[in-house]
Design a protein around this ligand. Structure first.
Ligand code: ADP
Ligand code: ZN
Length: 738
């Protein structure tokens, strides 16, 4: 006999085992009815164990609600891999595979009854009814008069049900149950005009050819490295069309739906004639909407799915193509358990399906790039802008000189950038100002010379800890005293640096009194549709200058923008993260790519305290190859990804000592029988040492093999019982280790 582990519907997320009655074909992912206390309840099967149950008698499952499991077999296989690789329970993975809103019966589809005529009623029948049962006659003629001979029962009015029953009994009509789709787009969304495929340029055509070949005969993943504006999206669209024409389905992953409105709109426009078959998995779908969309996908009705990270689990049958847009984005990594990397899971799913997969970016992650060098991925490039425009001219302004010019008063607007803004205003052209918020005020920087305190061992910047007034390296644990003056130029003004978008807007309003501004940052965009409205206003040129944070870096395309100013390019360089340089290069390149996307030429002005940093210099030249070559050399020397897997083990507690003690204990145990290939860091306070009232301490680990690393850590965690009130989190391939 087999047993099923069932996740009970409801907020408490209870899990119980049940015996499976003989003859019932229960698989993981199935929805089931089960006894719970004295009642009947519903749940989802997490897993099925063959063989006899444990030593106590289990209650039996009652029945299957739906014979079709909510996840496909490939997804279950993917789920098992995730559990092993990221060292988390299969249960937590299945919970992600089947979101709560989709599991819960309460959200189940609304249905309606439809009266259907399969054959026209004969003249005699109508004649007879009109005399004997006038009501039935009316109903029958009414349905017969509709174009598709169907009418919702609810449209027939009150009291028609006895007549309907009688008609059904005589075989004159039949009643069908139809699902009513709660269409998330039903109200108040802009009309989309269908777009036609463009004639591809030779680079695009060559790229499409590689993708199409892979759709027919799935090969290794394809990395599409295309400069900003090179027409990657057009390649995605035509590749998607190809897969659909073959009767297959398509999955499109984007970093965040709300931040990529233009990409989503372009997919909707191209496939406007098959709107019913497009599902967009927004994070703000209602529970009922999500339930419906998921079932439309599982049943093969929705054939293109667009969504963020978690859409990688969309249960599309016959998957032909996965597109991962902006594959370098860190938002593909989930920051709570299961802490999977959506892009990597997509690659794995594509191999299991098998289907074609394209990872696209102007600035690929070094992990993916490295995979093209070792032959694991195929590389396809688009080096030219699609509309024939040249890449924007990028100028770098040294803010140390600027600061000196203004007699040491810190300013965030250089003369060059101010003049450029004024020129755009005169010509009626638009500008974007970008304020980098990453790593805001966590590192010490000298305002005179731009010096930032670095770890002597790790080439990452040291993080300032206010509580004990120390600088700490978050990779190796190195500690240093806070300098009273700048170690470089001896100026005593070394301080925590930073200012916000609001301040920028205030100051600019004084400098450029005639300009119209708008801000895009998390604060200003809290209102629903605020982002969409602001972008539309910008497009309609009701705004001259758009000021924004990371939210404006992605995929925006405004032909009238001829100037992009980057106010503080180097802030992101000084976060305690070995990927700081990579992220800064990516951000600068992406932001710069917003300029000159129409007929007018674009200009970019980068303000920085560190004009010679490779991230700034290579971004200035739009040189991904140069940047990656230099950066990979550094990673290789220090054994950082992609030359190793990097993981973080964090202990959290409201008791500082307990959290710290736990990390020390874990560190001691990790050291025992430590496989030679693993480099183990010392226990240190997390960069964000206190968060949500909890103290956090961490240990970093690196190893060439992910399996070896996860297994060793899992082994230690299983043998270690944690003190009360301490939570330990293992983050494999950690992206953000604050
Ligand atoms: P990317 O996604 O690589 O940044 P886009 O797909 O946004 O680039 O393309 C940039 C612009 O070029 C868009 O306006 C797009 O419509 C246009 N474009 C793309 N492909 C072509 C083509 N083959 N011919 C003409 N214009 C194109
Ligand atoms: Zn260090």
């Amino acid at each position: 006999m087999a047993t099923a582990r069932v996740l009970i519907d409801g907020p408490s997320e209870l899990v119980f085992d049940y015996a499976i009655p003989a003859g019932l074909n229960v698989q993981a992912g199935c929805r089931v009815r089960i006894p719970l206390r004295r009642k009947s309840s519903t749940g989802t099967v997490l897993s099925v164990e063959e063989g006899p149950p444990g030593d106590f008698a289990l209650r039996e499952l009652e029945s299957l609600i739906d014979p079709l499991p909510l996840v496909t077999p490939v997804l279950l296989k993917t789920g098992r891999w995730i559990a092993n690789y990221y060292g988390c329970s299969l249960e937590s993975v299945v919970r992600s595979l089947i979101p709560e809103s989709v599991r819960s019966e309460e959200n189940s589809a609304k249905t309606r009854r439809i009266a259907v005529l399969d054959t026209e009623p004969s003249a005699e029948v109508l004649e007879k009814l009109s005399k004997k049962a006038p009501r039935q006659h009316v109903i029958l003629t009414l349905i017969a008069s509709t174009p598709d001979k169907r009418l919702a029962v609810s449209d027939l009015g009150e009291g028609s049900s006895p007549s309907l029953k009688a008609l059904e009994k005589q075989g004159l009509l039949r009643i069908e149950i139809e699902d009513v789709r709660r269409d998330p787009e039903a109200d108040g969304v802009e009309e989309v005009l269908e777009s036609q495929p463009l004639t591809l340029n030779p680079e695009q055509a060559a790229a499409l050819e590689v993708v199409v070949a892979s759709i027919h005969n799935p090969q290794s993943p394809i990395l599409l490295l295309g400069v900003t504006g090179s027409g990657k999206t057009e390649v995605y669209l035509q590749a998607a069309q190809h897969a659909l024409d073959l009767g297959k389905t398509v999955l499109v992953l984007v970093p965040e739906i709300s931040l990529t409105p233009q990409t989503v709109r372009r997919f909707k426009a191209r496939f406007a004639s098959m709107q019913e078959q497009v599902a967009v998995l927004h994070s703000h779908l209602s529970q009922g909407e999500r339930f419906d969309e998921w079932h439309r996908i599982r049943n093969g009705i929705a054939r293109i799915v667009i969504g963020a990270r978690s859409a990688v689990f969309a249960p599309l049958p016959d998957l032909g193509l996965i597109l991962v847009d902006e594959e370098h984005e860190t938002s593909y990594k989930q920051e709570n358990p299961p802490r999977y990397q959506g892009r990597d899971v997509a690659v794995l799913r594509a191999a299991f399906e098998p289907c074609a997969i394209v990872l696209g970016s102007a600035t690929p992650s070094l992990e993916s790039w490295h995979n093209t060098q070792t032959g694991k991925y195929q590389l396809v490039r688009l080096d030219q802008r699609a509309d024939g425009q040249s890449m924007p001219l990028v100028r770098v302004v040294d803010m140390k000189l600027e600061s000196a010019k203004h007699k040491g008063n810190t300013t965030f607007l250089s003369d060059k950038l101010r003049t450029a803004l004024e020129q755009r205003l005169e010509k009626g052209e638009q500008s974007i100002l970008f304020l980098n918020r990453r790593g805001f005020a966590r590192s010490l920087q000298c305002p005179k010379c731009g010096h930032v305190c670095q770890c002597p061992h790790c080439a990452v910047s040291l993080t300032y800890h206010r509580t004990d007034d120390r600088l700490v390296c978050h990779v190796c644990g190195h500690q240093a005293v806070v300098p009273r003056k700048c170690p470089e130029c001896k100026d005593p003004a070394i301080i925590l640096q930073g200012y916000g978008t609001q301040k920028v807007e205030e100051v600019l309003a004084k400098v450029l009194p005639t300009a119209k501004f708008a801000r895009i940052d998390a604060d200003a965009m809290r209102r629903k549709n605020a982002l969409r409205d602001t972008l539309n206003a910008f497009k309609a040129h009701k705004i001259d200058i758009l000021i924004g944070t990371q939210m404006i870096a992605k995929g925006l395309h405004f032909p009238n923008v001829t100037l992009v100013g980057i106010l503080n390019a180097d802030v992101g360089l000084h976060v305690p993260d070995f990927r700081a340089g990579e992220h800064t290069f990516q951000l600068l390149t992406q932001v710069a790519g917003r300029a000159g996307r129409g007929d007018l030429e674009g200009e970019v002005i980068i303000q920085t305290f560190t004009p010679h940093s490779p991230s700034v210099q290579y971004a200035r030249k739009h040189d991904f190859d140069g940047f990656s070559e230099q950066e990979l050399e550094f990673r290789r020397m220090l054994k950082f990804p992609p030359y190793s897997h990097f993981a973080v083990l964090t202990a959290r507690s409201t008791h500082e000592r307990r959290a710290e003690f736990t990390t020390q204990t874990l560190h001691l145990r990790l050291k025992e029988n430590l496989p030679e290939s693993i480099s183990l860091g010392d226990p240190v306070p997390s960069p964000l040492v206190r968060s949500h009232g909890q103290f956090r301490f961490q240990i970093t680990l690196r190893a060439p093999s992910a399996r070896v690393l996860t297994r060793h850590v899992q082994g230690v965690l299983e043998r270690t019982s944690l003190p009360e009130d301490v939570t330990v989190v293992f983050d494999m391939d950690a992206q953000n280790f604050s």
